[in-house]
Design a binder for this molecule. Structure first.
Ligand code: AMP
Length: 395
């Protein structure tokens, strides 16, 4: 696996695909800088080697060139974070971009306009990728968030750098962390899958059964399993058409020797709102008109034991409706358990959408081993797929 550490960038222009798809407020201020911070080590290494940096990214889902999706809005923030005055090219291809890249001196950084102002980016157009490829001597992919897409800048472009392409520090770290879970995990390996739906995680569950010793199924997803086994779930969310599948998963897990842990009790609410009335119920006996919204105290205790006995942990998906303060307790308790296990030497990876939001919100981001930067890319990796953006560098 070739990374930026394997290349001396002195005198070279590195064309880096970063993920600067950051949230902006109504005045175009960046409201979460995580993704810019995450790209910093790669940019700094190249500059310190004596190279120059050309940054390309998408921002949002523009329809053509729409001012509100311009990457110029984030130029100052990028300059501030990396500590170098960033130049800007108002188009990512063509004369403007080529001239700006050509004029770039070593030690300088150029940010290109939003790749998705051109439809060719998402369609993976070869000519568009070729135009982009003129802007650097070395292609670096550091965008895990888009590594599952065969877009021009994430995948197709790599063919124009047969000898001079590599992973950035962030993408390399994502690959190594995933490997620690899926291939090299120290036993016992535990996967915790929560969130709303069985259907969105089914391929993950099936793939992960071959890799883990323990599986915790929590959150809204658990009610499909409970109902399928004959439990009474009140008005909890449930995918009735997935009940048979839930039973098949449990049978497969048993056959593979995977211990499955499903909540035994829940916080039930009489309304889907933060100030609803609540009660603690046996998960198999939720009264009519009530719905399970968070893991109950006994479940939290059981999960804490499983977590603290594990040496490798993957966490994807919250244990309850954590967006509402009253129902965040189970997710916070789990975060605490994982933080504690991590302190005692367990490798923990949090990835895929809402659990990342939860660990950030509740202050666990620094207390786990690794927080992944890619939602969809993470899920597809956990499904066992080889991501096109990664494959294109390895080829
Ligand atoms: P996912 O995107 O599949 O990881 O699902 C995350 C969402 O699941 C969050 O918005 C949670 O509020 C939601 N969720 C978790 N537990 C429950 C539950 N018991 N009932 C309803 N929604 C839930």
């Amino acid at each position: 696996m070739k990374t930026i550490q394997d290349i001396n960038f002195e005198g070279k222009k590195a064309l880096i695909r970063v993920d600067f798809n950051v949230p902006l407020d109504e005045n175009f201020n960046v409201t979460d800088v995580t993704r810019i911070e995450a790209a910093k080590p790669t940019i700094i290494k190249i500059l310190e080697d004596g190279g120059a940096v050309v940054l390309m990214s998408h921002l949002g889902r523009p329809k053509g060139a729409q001012e509100k999706f311009s990457l110029k809005h984030i130029m100052d923030k990028v300059s501030e974070i990396i500590g170098v005055n960033v130049k800007f090219a108002s188009n990512c291809v063509g004369e403007v971009a080529e001239k700006a890249a050509e004029d770039l001196n070593m030690g300088e950084v150029l940010l290109l306009e939003n790749l998705r102002f051109h439809d060719e980016e998402k369609s993976g157009d070869v000519n568009f990728a070729k135009q982009l490829s003129k802007l650097g001597d070395v292609y670096v992919n550091d965008a895990f968030g888009t590594a599952h897409r065969a877009h021009a800048s994430t995948t197709i472009i790599a063919q124009f750098f047969p000898e001079s392409k590599c992973f950035g520090a962030l993408l390399a770290q994502e690959i190594v962390s995933l490997k620690k879970i899926l291939e090299e995990g120290e036993k016992p390996v535990l996967a915790i899958l929560g969130g709303a739906k069985v259907s969105s995680k089914i391929t993950v569950i099936e793939n992960i059964l071959d890799k883990v010793d323990h599986l915790i199924i929590g959150g809204g997803m658990s009610f499909t399993f409970i109902k399928a086994q004959g439990g009474k779930i009140g008005k909890s969310i449930c995918e009735d058409d997935k009940q048979e599948l839930a039973l098949e998963i449990l049978a497969k897990a048993k056959a593979k020797g995977v211990q499955v842990h499903i909540p035994v009790d829940v916080i039930a609410a009489d309304d889907f709102s933060n100030d609803a009335n609540t009660q603690i119920c046996d998960i198999n006996n939720i009264p009519d008109g009530w719905e399970g919204v968070d893991a109950g105290p006994k479940s939290r205790e059981i999960f804490d034991k499983v977590v603290n006995q594990s040496k490798t942990i993957l966490w994807n998906g919250p244990l309850g409706v954590f967006e509402m303060e009253s129902f965040a307790g189970g997710t916070i308790a789990l975060g605490n358990s994982i933080a504690n296990a991590t302190k005692n030497g367990t490798f923990s990876l949090v990835g895929g959408g809402d659990s990342v939001a939860a660990v950030k919100q509740f202050g666990f981001a620094d207390k786990v081993s690794y927080v992944s930067t890619g939602g969809g890319a993470m899920l597809e990796s956990l499904e066992g797929k080889t991501l096109p953006g990664i494959e294109a560098i390895l080829k």
